[in-house]
Design a protein around this ligand. Structure first.
Ligand SMILES: NC(=O)c1ccc[n+]([C@@H]2O[C@H](COP(=O)([O-])OP(=O)(O)OC[C@H]3O[C@@H](n4cnc5c(N)ncnc54)[C@H](O)[C@@H]3O)[C@@H](O)[C@H]2O)c1
Ligand SMILES: O=C(O)C1=N[C@H](C(=O)O)CCC1
Length: 236
C-alpha cells in the first residue's frame, strides 16, 4: 500500500517505521513547511494525518477533494467535523477520525459506556475523570477524555456535559488534565459515593498501540466509503 503521511512528528515518525516494517511504502511525508501537492494524492492509496489542531481540517479537506481516503488521529479540531462531513459527502469520499487508535482504548470506551449505564440508577456515585499526558501535548482535555465523557453522557441519565475544571455544576463531569514528563496517555474514570468508589483505568505504556492501530485501519480504509469509524473496523 502507498501511504501519504501528513505530519512527521512523534506519531508520524513512529507510523513511518511501523508501516515500512509491514511492507508499505510512503509516497511522501508532508510536514508544516511542505506543500500538499495533488500529484502526491494521485500516487497514494491512503493518507494518514497526525498533525496539529489548527492544521487537521485543511489537510483532511485536501485529501477528500483529491479523492484520497484519509484517516486522522489529530485531536482538538472537532468543532469543524460537521464541515468535514459535508465535504466528504460532496466528494463521495472516505474519512475516519479516532481520538485514540489503540485497540485497548477502543475496548475501554465500551467498558466505560457499560459502567455508565449500570451505575446510572445509583445516583450516589458521582463520576470524575483524570487524564495524564506528556508535557508537549497541545490540547486539553485529551481527545480520548472527550470521547469517554461523551460515552458517559450517552449512557448516564444524570450527566449532560463535561468541564475541564474541578468547579462543576450539577450534571457536569469534571475532567482533570495533568501534563507530566513523557507519559504517553493514561485515562481514569472514578465513581465516588460516601462509602466507596469504583475506578476503571487505561494506561498506554508507549505510543505503539496508537501507531499499530492507525496502520491497521489505514490498510482497511481504501475499501470503505463515507464517514466510517473505528468500531466499524473492529466490528464492535
Ligand atoms: N488518535 C490517536 O490515537 C493519537 C495518538 C497520539 C497523538 N494523537 C494526536 O495526534 C496529533 C499529533 O501528535 P504528535 O504527538 O505526533 O505531535 P507532534 O507535535 O510530535 O507532531 C505533529 C507534527 O505535525 C506537524 N505539522 C503541524 N502543522 C502541519 C501542517 N499544516 N501540515 C503538516 N504537518 C504539520 C508538526 O510540524 C509536527 O511535526 C496531536 O493532535 C495528538 O493529540 C492522536
Ligand atoms: O500524545 C497525544 O497527544 C495523544 N493524543 C490523543 C488524545 O488526545 O487523546 C491520544 C493519546 C495520545
Amino acid at each position: 500500500m502507498k501511504i501519504l503521511l501528513i505530519g512527521h512528528g512523534k506519531m508520524g515518525k513512529a507510523i513511518e517505521e511501523f508501516a515500512v516494517q509491514r511492507g508499505h511504502s510512503l509516497v511522501a511525508t508532508v510536514d508544516v513547511n511542505d506543500t500538499l501537492m495533488p500529484t502526491l494524492a494521485e500516487q497514494a492509496d491512503v493518507a494518514i494525518e497526525f498533525t496539529h489542531p489548527d492544521a487537521a481540517f485543511e489537510n483532511i479537506k485536501f485529501c477528500l477533494e483529491h479523492n484520497l481516503p484519509v484517516l486522522s488521529g489529530t485531536t482538538g479540531w472537532l468543532d469543524k467535523m460537521p464541515e468535514i462531513e459535508k465535504i466528504c459527502k460532496k466528494n463521495n469520499g472516505t474519512f475516519l477520525y479516532a481520538s485514540n487508535f489503540s485497540i485497548g482504548v477502543n475496548l475501554f470506551f465500551k467498558l466505560n459506556k457499560f459502567l455508565a449505564k449500570l451505575i446510572s440508577p445509583q445516583s450516589q456515585y458521582k463520576p470524575s475523570m483524570i487524564e495524564v499526558h506528556h508535557t508537549h501535548k497541545k490540547d486539553a482535555p485529551s481527545g480520548t477524555a472527550i470521547t469517554l465523557a461523551e460515552g458517559i453522557i450517552d449512557e448516564h441519565n444524570n450527566y449532560n456535559a463535561w468541564k475541564n475544571d474541578a468547579k462543576i455544576k450539577e450534571g457536569e463531569i469534571p475532567i482533570s488534565s495533568e501534563r507530566i514528563g513523557e507519559i504517553p496517555g493514561t485515562h481514569k474514570i472514578t465513581y465516588k459515593s460516601e462509602v466507596d468508589q469504583i475506578s476503571i483505568e487505561h494506561e498506554a505504556y508507549s505510543r505503539d498501540g496508537f501507531v499499530q492501530g492507525a496502520v491497521f485501519v489505514a490498510e482497511w480504509l481504501p475499501d470503505q466509503k463515507g464517514i466510517v469509524n473505528i468500531d466499524d473496523f473492529l466490528k464492535l
